[in-house]
Design a protein around this ligand. Structure first.
Ligand SMILES: Cc1cc2nc3c(=O)[nH]c(=O)nc-3n(C[C@H](O)[C@H](O)[C@H](O)COP(=O)(O)O)c2cc1C
Length: 270
C-alpha cells in the first residue's frame, strides 16, 4: 500500500476485539519504536503498557489489552517533535494491521503517567491503545465520531495557500503544482477534536506551516495543537519522500503576513 492509501485507510479505533494482538507484531513495532527519530532531534520515549498488569482503561475505549504511551522532556519545539515521532509509530502500527487512536484527554492521566514511570521534567501528553479492531464500532464510538464530525475534513482552499494567505489552493490547482498527494495526507491527518489547525503557504518549493489556534488546547505544560502540527509535518514529509523527493525542515519565519491567531511553526523545503 502507498503512504497515501495508508493515511486514507487509517481512522481512530476505539472498539477492539478483546484479544491481545500477536506478540510477533508487537515485537516488530517495539523494534521500530527504538529507531524513531524526528527532525528536531528531541528524544521521544515510547512505553508499552499491558492494560491488566497496570490496571489501565479509558472511558472512550473498549476491548483493548495494550497501550503505548509517549514521553518527552520540555525543549525547543518538543510538541512538534512529539507529534512527528508518535505519528510515525502509529502509522507503522496501522501498516501492521493494528487499530490505534491518539488519546490526549479522555484517560485517567495520573494512572497512565505513573505506569509510564515519568522522570523529573518528563511529560506524557498522549497515549494510544494498540489492538485488533472490533468487527463493529461501539455505540460510544459512533457517537464520538458524530460529535467531532470525524469523517469530514476542511477543503483544500480552507487549508492551503499559494504565495500568501490571499490565494487559496484548490484541489485541482494542487495537482498542477505536483502537490496533491502531499497536501491530501495533511488534510486526512488526525487532530485533537478534529480541529485541523494546520495551514500551509507554498512559495518557491517551500511549504511554510502555520498553526491556526483554537481556544482550549494550551495546557500550562504544552499546546496540544502543536502536536497536531507535528503530525501534519510527518505526513507531508513522508509523502514527498515516498515520491522520491528530498526534503529539509527548517524554522525561519518567512516574510508572509499571517492572519490574527496564526503562528508560524516550520518550513519544509522540497
Ligand atoms: C493530539 C490528539 C489528541 C486526541 N485526543 C483524543 C482523546 O482524548 N479522546 C478521543 O477519543 N480522541 C482523541 N483524538 C482523536 C481525534 O478525535 C480524531 O483523530 C479526529 O476526530 C479525527 O478522526 P479520525 O482519526 O478517525 O480521522 C485525538 C487526536 C489527536 C491528534
Amino acid at each position: 500500500m502507498s503512504f497515501l492509501e495508508d493515511v486514507k485507510t487509517r481512522r481512530s479505533v476505539r472498539a477492539f476485539d478483546g484479544k491481545a494482538p500477536s506478540a510477533e507484531i508487537i515485537n516488530e513495532l517495539k523494534e521500530y519504536a527504538e529507531n524513531i527519530t524526528n527532525p528536531y532531534g528531541v528524544n521521544v520515549r515510547f512505553v508499552f503498557l499491558d492494560a491488566k498488569e497496570n490496571d489501565l482503561s479509558s472511558p472512550v475505549l473498549s476491548g483493548e489489552t495494550l497501550y503505548v504511551s509517549a514521553v518527552v522532556k520540555k525543549a525547543e519545539h518538543f510538541e512538534e517533535a512529539y507529534g512527528y515521532a508518535f505519528q510515525k509509530l502509529l502509522m507503522k502500527a496501522h501498516q501492521l494491521g493494528l487499530g490505534t487512536v491518539w488519546i490526549g484527554g479522555t484517560m485517567p492521566r495520573d494512572k497512565f503517567e505513573a505506569a509510564s514511570d515519568l522522570k523529573d521534567g518528563e511529560y506524557m501528553p498522549c497515549m494510544s491503545p494498540l489492538g485488533v479492531t472490533a468487527k463493529k464500532m461501539s455505540v460510544k464510538e459512533v457517537l464520538m465520531r458524530k460529535g467531532v464530525k470525524a469523517d469530514t475534513r476542511k477543503a483544500f482552499e480552507e487549508l492551503f495557500y499559494n504565495g500568501s494567505f490571499a490565494t487559496p489552493i484548490t484541489e485541482s490547482a494542487s495537482m498542477g503544482m505536483g502537490l496533491h498527494d502531499a497536501l491530501e495526507v495533511v488534510r486526512f491527518a488526525p487532530s485533537a477534536v478534529n480541529k485541523q489547525p494546520w495551514r500551509i503557504v507554498i512559495a518557491d518549493r517551500k511549504a511554510h506551516f502555520f498553526e491556526a489556534h483554537d481556544k482550549g488546547f494550551v495546557t500550562p505544560d504544552y499546546d496540544l495543537q502543536k502536536i497536531d502540527m507535528g503530525i501534519a509535518l510527518y505526513n507531508f514529509e513522508t509523502q514527498l519522500l515516498s515520491e522520491g523527493r528530498t526534503t529539509e525542515l527548517s524554522c525561519e519565519k518567512p516574510e508572509i503576513k499571517a492572519p490574527e491567531g496564526m503562528d508560524y511553526i516550520a518550513t519544509i523545503s522540497f
